[in-house]
Each structure stands twice: as C-alpha cells, then as structure tokens.
Design a protein around this ligand. Structure first.
Ligand code: NAD
Length: 472
C-alpha cells in the first residue's frame, strides 16, 4: 500500500497542473464503471446482505453514486476557476492583486463502511477526481463480494496509480489508516473515527470523518400525521434502518403519541405487507448485527419499555440463515436503556414524548450532536426555534435523509457525528488545497508609507491611520 501511495503521489506531481480534461476523463470512467456494471453491483450487494432490495440498491448505491459523478462532470470547470479576493484599497489602486487557486491535494485515502458500499466508496471519487487527486480506497470486509467486484472494476478501468482498491479486514484497515495520505476520508462509526483520527494525526493527515450517532426526528403538533408517519417509515426501513441518517428516535407531543404509533404501524404494513419473502425488505447485514439489535430491544423491555412489533403477516422471522427483522417500536423508553445510548442502525424506533417543544430541544442538547435532525410540522416559529437552538450536522424538514442526498449541500457531521464535509463544491474544496496567492505591484508602498526602517514620524502616522480608532 505504501509503494502504491508513493507511485500515486509521484504520478500526481508529474501531472501538475491537472487539466479539466484529465479530471473529466477520470470522472467519466468512474461513471461508466458503475453504469456498465449496474446489475453485477446490485447482485453483489444482495449476496453480501443475504437479501437486499434491488430497487433500494439502485436508489442508494447506483443513483447515489452516479448523480455526484455527473454533477462533478458538469461543474468541474467552474469549480476549478481561481477566485479573486480583496486587498486593502491603497494596495489595490496601486495594482496589488490577491487570488485563490485550487490545487489537488495529491493522494486521497477513502475508508468506507458496509451499509452503502458503492455509494460511500465510489461516490467520494466525484469530488476527489474533480479536485485533480489520485485515490486509494479500502471498502468494508463485511461486504466482501461488493468489495471484490469494486476492486476488479477499478483495476479494469484505471491504472493503479490513479485509483487503487485494497480489500481486507481490520488489519488492512489499520495499516491503511496509518499511511501518510494527503487527505483521508473515513465513513464509519464514531468509535472507529477516534482511532482513525489518532492514526492520521501521527502523519498530520487532514481528515474528513463521516460518522454516525443518534439522529432525532421531532414531530410538531402542527404536523400532518399520516404524511409524517409515511415518510418516517420509508426512511427508517430503507436498507432495514442501516443508514447513518436514519431517524434514530422520535420526539412526539404526548397528546399525539397513540396516533403516531398507529400511523407508523399502518404505514409499515402498507409498504411491507410481508417481510420474510418480500423482495422489497432488506436483510440485516449479518447474524451478529441482528443479535446486537435484539439485545437492544431485550434490554429496553427488561427495563420497562413497551414493545410493538410490526409484523402484519404474523410471520416467524427467526428462520435459520435469515437476518430479516421487522420494525420494532418502543414506548416508555428511558435514558438508562442501551437503545437510548447507542446508535441503533436497524429497524428499531424508540418513541419519546414531550409536552413543550423546549423539552424536546433540551433532550437533544443534553446528548452528543447528531448527524441529522428532522422536524415535521407547519409551525414556522417552532421550526425556527428548533433549528436555531440545536446543533446538528444537517437538517431535513418534513422528511428524513434528503439533505444528505442533495448534492449541492455540504454533507457532514459535527462533534461526535463527524468533522468536515463533502458533496458538490464543498467536496471539491475539501479535497483541494486552497492556495492564496498575492502579487505585489511595482510601487514599493511599504517604503512610501514609512513601514521599512529607519522608522520615524511617517511610520507612526501611517500606522495610526491604518490601525484606526475604536468603533462606537
Ligand atoms: P465498518 O465496520 O464497515 O467499518 C468501516 C471501515 O473501517 C471498514 O472498511 C473497516 O474495515 C475499517 N476498519 C475497521 N477497523 C479499523 C481500524 N481499527 N482502523 C482502520 N480501519 C478500520 O463500518 P461501521 O463502522 O460498522 O459502519 C457503520 C457506521 O458507519 C455507523 O455508525 C454509521 O452511522 C456510520 N456511517 C456514517 C455515514 C456518514 O456518511 N456519516 C455513512 C454510512 C455509515
């Protein structure tokens, strides 16, 4: 891996300045690699999951990857343009100029998780390549068929010094995260994010950490309950809840709790009338993950939570070799339950009640800053209060997840949900070095203003004028 990094960096330096044509060629090859192998990628994803809805794979992994690549292809020339910046007026009049030029950083490392393996491995290439970089990627070992296929496809479409895929488990991941990249983007859990940040720090590698956490959905009293429940269930059961931006728990007005629980049940039954053989219903990634989720539910129940399992066909889901899990709604949850301490990342949804919106705000603010925050309702004053008084990576109003797939918005966490952002122009900036360049005019203004020795009255007057008086 180290040898590849050195080759990639040398190739990048030899290629400077990286033209728009070269960047677009890499973007086009990435795009075509996905489009020409769509069926194989969708099949590999399903193989890795035991079963995954082909439509959900197309929606999240294929469309999710293709759209940013297309956007970068269309916009890269505009993104690359140098930006003029201000200089002080007298210097400007004398011909001083300042500009920012975006240069490639060099070699960008990408460590990706298993929940959207194609989207989170090839998606970041949109802005990595648009910024003129080379890339080395390390997909998750929990989706081995998809990882092997991505490696095969990358090897066919790219030289190893442009894009290299390294498959393997924790040991490969550890060694990968210790490489002296020019930038490292990691998507995964908060716990691993800390390790990645430590490993990157030893080489001063700048990082973008796309982590997880507990994203709350707050339902206001003014929300249309049916629409709200439909959208919450669609978002919560996408990929069986294994989505970093899935609504992790609900905060609902106490007076509407019953109606919301019933609405969620009805919405889930309408979207998924059956579970086990339903091709639309995604499996959990593996038995270990299923056991973890069952453990969260058991712990909550033991500590007094009320459980509603939404299994409209009354199916037995404990079949050998199957990791499908129905939607589990939990009421009466308390902070000492594990389900309110860990990111859920599956089809389990705790519902917490509040009387006044201030209580919901206080509940959110007493916990780590979430990756996503959702508000359902039509009350503008309430919405503004919630948005202004909480800090979250991003927000979707009257739905969930959408801010994360709106590619013109910066996407990233804050605090324990991550640092840095990418997508669109914000991604281009993340993976570029913004180089400030100043050009001095012929006239020696510093000398004219008495700002080179020997200093005297002129120096003092000139400084007095430039420093100025306190503002009143
Ligand atoms: P994972 O287990 O797939 O791990 C992520 C990657 O880290 C894998 O490639 C793995 O091999 C590697 N890895 C494991 N141990 C390592 C180590 N010690 N050093 C270096 N690399 C190592 O994924 P996960 O972490 O279980 O993914 C789920 C998490 O990802 C959830 O918390 C979810 O919220 C988060 N997530 C965040 C986003 C986002 O964009 N913010 C998107 C998807 C998932």
């Amino acid at each position: 891996m180290r040898a590849t990094l050195e080759r990639q960096r040398a190739a990048c330096m030899a290629e400077l300045p990286v033209s728009a044509a070269i960047r677009k060629d890499r973007l086009r090859r990435s795009l075509n690699l996905v489009l020409e192998n769509e069926d194989r990628l969708v099949e590999a994803l399903s193989e890795d999951y035991g079963h995954r809805s082909p439509i959900q794979s197309q929606l999240a992994d294929i469309m999710g990857t293709v759209k940013p690549l297309r956007q970068a292809l269309t916009e890269v020339e505009r993104w690359m343009k140098p930006e003029r910046r201000k200089v002080d007026l007298p210097l400007w009049l004398l011909g001083a100029r300042a500009r920012v030029e975006y240069q490639p950083k060099g070699v960008v490392g990408v460590i990706s998780p298993w929940n959207f393996p194609v989207f989170l491995t090839f998606g970041p290439l949109a802005e990595i390549f648009a910024a003129g970089n080379r890339a080395m990627v390390k997909p998750s070992e929990h989706t081995p068929a998809t990882a092997a296929l991505m490696r095969e496809l990358a090897e066919a479409a790219f030289d190893e010094d442009e894009l290299a895929v390294f498959t393997g488990g924790v040991e490969v991941g550890k060694a990968f995260s210790q490489l002296p990249f020019d930038h490292l983007i990691f998507t995964g859990s908060t716990a691993l994010g800390r390790e990645i940040q430590r490993a990157a720090a030893s080489n001063l590698v700048p990082t973008t950490l796309e982590l997880g956490g507990k994203s709350p959905a707050i339902i206001g009293s003014s929300a249309n309950l049916q629409r709200t429940c439909d959208r919450l269930v669609a978002g919560k059961l996408l990929n069986a809840g294994q989505v970093c931006l899935a609504p992790d728990y609900l905060l609902v007005p106490a007076a509407h709790e019953r109606a919301i629980i019933e609405g969620l049940q009805a919405a889930a039954a309408a979207m998924y009338p059956s579970i086990h053989d339903n091709p639309d219903f995604c499996s959990l990634i593996n038995a270990r993950h299923r056991e973890r989720l069952r453990g969260l539910v058991d712990d909550a129940r033991d500590k007094g939570a009320e459980l509603t399992v939404v299994n409209p066909g009354g199916e037995t889901l404990d079949q050998p070799g199957s990791n499908k899990m129905a939607l589990h709604l939990l009421r009466e949850v308390t902070s000492d339950m594990r389900v309110m301490q860990e990111e859920i990342f599956g089809p389990v949804l705790p519902v917490i009640t509040y009387e006044r919106i201030d209580e919901a705000i206080a509940y959110i603010n007493a916990r780590p800053r979430p990756l996503g925050l959702y508000y359902f309702g039509e009350d503008q004053a309430e919405q503004t209060k919630l948005l202004e008084r909480t800090i979250a990576g991003g927000v979707t109003i009257n739905d969930v997840i959408y801010h994360g797939v709106t590619n013109d918005l910066p996407f990233g966490g804050v605090g324990e949900s991550g640092m840095g952002a990418y997508h669109g122009f914000d991604g281009f900036r993340t993976f570029s070095h913004a180089k400030g360049i100043y050009t001095q005019p012929r006239v020696d203004l510093a000398k004219l203003a008495g700002l080179v020795p020997p200093y005297g009255d002129k120096s003092r007057k000139s400084l007095e004028m430039q420093i100025g008086k306190p503002e009143r």
